[in-house]
Design a protein around this ligand. Structure first.
Ligand SMILES: Nc1ncnc2c1ncn2[C@@H]1O[C@H](COP(=O)(O)OP(=O)(O)OP(=O)(O)O)[C@@H](O)[C@H]1O
Length: 260
């Protein structure tokens, strides 16, 4: 593990938890620009907690988070977003009664980091499904379309570090491949450092160059995608604990969480 903090996302010795319970224990990870790194783990392993702590929604109890060489550990989420760390949270979190355009505008305003019309245009070129539905109410879109809107909203905020918490949750295998291909295209075009949280290890490792496996709040395995896919240890830790096969398709749900 390099300790260089100059580029991308660097997490060192990060611990966090809820109330009296420690959930994350001294997590180290790094994502360089233009790199997609998968964060894999069974239900309850600590993936969302790690994303929340990196994004600033949950305070770090120890350790540090750097983005582009800047120490953001003590910054509030809005300041972190302005510093380049943008999260597309699990469950999409769209405002379902608002149009797609309003969702994107509001997201950009909240992040305080919109990349302007040119960037939004570039993102929408990659996501024609979103462009075609800018005036549609978000609640009327399918789960896959909502996922694309969440991705567009996050990408249009001009992130340096993009945290994607289960962007394929509830999507069909075909849409999963489509969303992950788009993530890869965005990472390449915009030099993004992408941390991709996924339960679908095979699909995630197909677009990621490297991955980490988290178990009970600790990184227990790290390696290239090929190494992880071939690792018996990973199957044991991850799939043994999860009780699902690597390519398992989680039960589709179109449910969305609406934040006030
Ligand atoms: N708000 C909370 N308050 C207390 N404990 C929580 C809270 N959120 C999560 N936890 C606990 O923290 C641990 C890690 O949960 P987390 O949601 O980070 O796991 P996860 O890997 O994202 O799981 P999943 O894949 O099911 O979303 C679990 O034991 C969970 O019960």
């Amino acid at each position: 593990m390099t300790t260089a903090t100059g580029e991308g996302l660097v997490v060192q010795g990060l611990s966090a938890g809820y109330g009296p319970v420690d959930v994350l224990h001294e997590v180290d990870l790094q994502v360089r620009p233009e790199e997609i790194v998968a964060l894999l783990g069974a239900n309850g392993a600590g993936k969302s907690t790690l994303v929340k702590t990196i994004g600033g929604l949950l305070p770090a109890r120890a350790g540090s988070v750097h983005s582009g060489g800047r120490d953001v550990t003590r910054m509030r989420p809005e300041r972190r977003a302005r510093a380049g760390i943008v999260t597309a949270p699990e469950g999409r979190r769209l405002f379902l009664h608002m149009t797609v355009a309003e969702n994107i505008e509001l997201g950009l305003r909240l992040s305080g980091r919109g990349g302007g019309k040119a960037l939004l245009d570039e993102v929408l070129d990659l996501l024609p499904v979103v462009r075609e539905r800018m005036s549609t109410q978000a609640g009327l879109l399918s789960g896959g379309q909502q996922q694309m809107v969440a991705l567009a909203r996050a990408a249009a905020a001009s992130p340096q570090v993009l945290l994607l918490d289960e962007p394929t949750l509830g999507l069909s295998p075909r849409l999963t491949v489509e969303v992950l291909d788009l993530v890869a295209e965005l990472a390449r075009r915009r030099s993004l450092a992408v941390l991709l949280v996924e339960q679908r290890a095979q699909q995630a490792l197909a677009v990621a160059t490297r991955g980490y496996v988290i178990d009970r709040g600790r990184i227990v395995l790290a390696g290239s995608s090929a190494e992880l896919l071939g690792s018996g240890e990973m199957s044991e830790i991850y799939f043994g604990a999860a009780g699902v096969a690597p390519a398992a398709d989680p039960t589709p749900t179109n449910g969305s969480k609406e934040t006030p």
